[in-house]
Design a protein around this ligand. Structure first.
Ligand code: PLP
Length: 389
C-alpha cells in the first residue's frame, strides 16, 4: 500500500508533512490556539480563492457538503435557479437545487465541450434566474468552463453566481472577487494535496442578505448564518470542528503558500501536458475539445477493443497506480488521470506512463514506453520560466 500512487480524479497523493500534521495532539475546538489556526486557514484560502470575503472557511464535510452549503443557503422554494451542465457534478448541483425547492432550469452541453457563454447569456436573459451555478473544472469530463464570461453574463442580469472549484482550487487561477461570485467552494483532496474531509468555501458578504427571515435554511448543520457565529468574534459553539483534518489543511495550505500560486499553477500545467504527450504516444488521445483541457485532470480515450476496467484493475493491483474510468455516457470509453497536488510532478507522471505501457504490453497492445517517456520529458522540459526559477 505504501507505494500506491493516486493518479485518479482525487484523492491525490498526500505529502509526509501533511500526514504528520494529522497526528498532532488535539486542541479543543474553542481553544484560542485552534481558532488562530482556523483564522490562518481562512487567510490562506482567500488567497487561493482570489477572495476578500471574511466568511471563508473549510466546511466540515467533503466537496459535496460545500456544494450543498452553497445551494441550500442561496436556494429556497420559488427561487429561480439556472444550472449550466456539462457533466455529473453540475447535474448534482441541479439535484440539490431541485430538492431545495428551487424553480430549476438546466442548460446542458455535450460531454467534452465547455459551457457556451453566449447560450448561457441568452438563457439568463430569458429565464431571469436569481441564482446561476457553474462548475469551473468538470471532473467527470475533464473540461474547463469559461467562468469569467459566465460571471459577466450573471452580473448583467443581477443573478447570484455559485462556482464549483473542487478540481481547480490550488491548481489553477480562481478569481472569486473578479467574477463577482456569491459563493465559491472546493474540496480538500485534489490540487490542495490534503486528504478528503473538508470543503473550503468563500461566501461574499451580500450573498445571504436576500433570504426571507421566515424561511430558515433547511439544513441546520450547513446554515452559514449559524456557522458564521462560531467563526466570527462571537465564537459561539455550533458543531465540533474536525480538528485533525483542520491541522492537515493548515499544513497543506502552508505548502501552497511556500511554493507560490503561480509556480504551482505552472507545475500543474506542465505535468498535465507531459502526461497527455506520453498518453498520445500510446494512441490515447484527449476527449476534451482542444483548448478546454484541465491542468489537473486529463480525460482520454480508453484503449480500443479492450476491457478497460480490467486494465485499470491490473494497473492498481500489479503496478500500484490508481486511475479512474469514464462516467455517464463515457463509462467504459474513457480514462481519467489526475495531475493534482503532489501528483503534478514529472516522477509520478513518468511512473504512471511506464505502468500503463507495461499493462498495455501484457495485453498485446503495442505501447512504446520509451517513446511515451521521451515525449513526456520533452513536454516537461518545455517548462515556463516561472517553474525554472
Ligand atoms: C467538480 C466536483 N464537484 C463536487 C465534487 C464532490 O466532492 P466530494 O466527492 O468530495 O464530496 C467533486 C468530487 O470529485 C468534483 O469533482
Amino acid at each position: 500500500m505504501s507505494d500506491l500512487l493516486l493518479m485518479g480524479p482525487g484523492p491525490s497523493p498526500v505529502s509526509e508533512r501533511v500526514r504528520a500534521a494529522m497526528s498532532r495532539p488535539l486542541y479543543g475546538h474553542l481553544d484560542p490556539r485552534f481558532l488562530r489556526e482556523l483564522d490562518g486557514i481562512s487567510e490562506d484560502l482567500r488567497l487561493c480563492f482570489g477572495s476578500t470575503a471574511p466568511l471563508t472557511f473549510p466546511v466540515s464535510g467533503t466537496g459535496s457538503a460545500a456544494m450543498e452549503t452553497a445551494v441550500l443557503n442561496l436556494v429556497w422554494p420559488g427561487r429561480r435557479v439556472l444550472v449550466l451542465e456539462n457533466g455529473v457534478f453540475a447535474e448534482r448541483i441541479s439535484e440539490m437545487a431541485r430538492r431545495a425547492g428551487g424553480e430549476l432550469r438546466r442548460l446542458s452541453f455535450p460531454y467534452g465541450t465547455p459551457v457556451d457563454p453566449e447560450q448561457a447569456r441568452q438563457a439568463m436573459e430569458e429565464f431571469r434566474p436569481d441564482v446561476v451555478a457553474v462548475v469551473h473544472a468538470e471532473t467527470s469530463t475533464g473540461v474547463l468552463n469559461p467562468v469569467g464570461a459566465v460571471a459577466q453574463a450573471a452580473r448583467d442580469v443581477s443573478a447570484r453566481l455559485i462556482v464549483d472549484t473542487v478540481t481547480s482550487l490550488g491548481g489553477m487561477p480562481v478569481t472569486m472577487d473578479e467574477w463577482g461570485a456569491a459563493v465559491v467552494y472546493s474540496g480538500s483532496q485534489k490540487c490542495l494535496g490534503c486528504p478528503p474531509g473538508l470543503g473550503p468555501i468563500s461566501v461574499a458578504g451580500a450573498a445571504l442578505a436576500e433570504r426571507p427571515k421566515d424561511l430558515p435554511v433547511v439544513s441546520w448543520y450547513l446554515d452559514l448564518g449559524l456557522i458564521a457565529k462560531y467563526l466570527g468574534t462571537e465564537r459561539l459553539y455550533h458543531h465540533t470542528a474536525p480538528i485533525s483534518m483542520v491541522f492537515a489543511l493548515r499544513e497543506a495550505l502552508t505548502a501552497v503558500r511556500e511554493e507560490g500560486l503561480e509556480r504551482r499553477f505552472a507545475r500543474h500545467r506542465q505535468a498535465s501536458s507531459a502526461l497527455r504527450a506520453g498518453l498520445a504516444a500510446y494512441g490515447l488521445g484527449s476527449l476534451v475539445r482542444p483548448g478546454s483541457e484541465l491542468p489537473s485532470l486529463s480525460v482520454v480515450s480508453a484503449p480500443e477493443d479492450q476491457d478497460e476496467g480490467r486494465l485499470r484493475q491490473e494497473l492498481l493491483e500489479v503496478e500500484d497506480v490508481e486511475i479512474a474510468g469514464g462516467l455517464g455516457p463515457w463509462k467504459g470509453k474513457a480514462w481519467r488521470i489526475g495531475t493534482m497536488g503532489e501528483g503534478a510532478n514529472l516522477d509520478p507522471v513518468v511512473r504512471t506512463l511506464e505502468s500503463i505501457g507495461r499493462v498495455l504490453g501484457r495485453h498485446g497492445v503495442a505501447a512504446d514506453v520509451r517513446e511515451a517517456r521521451r515525449a513526456a520529458e520533452e513536454q516537461w522540459r518545455a517548462v515556463s520560466p516561472a517553474l525554472r526559477a
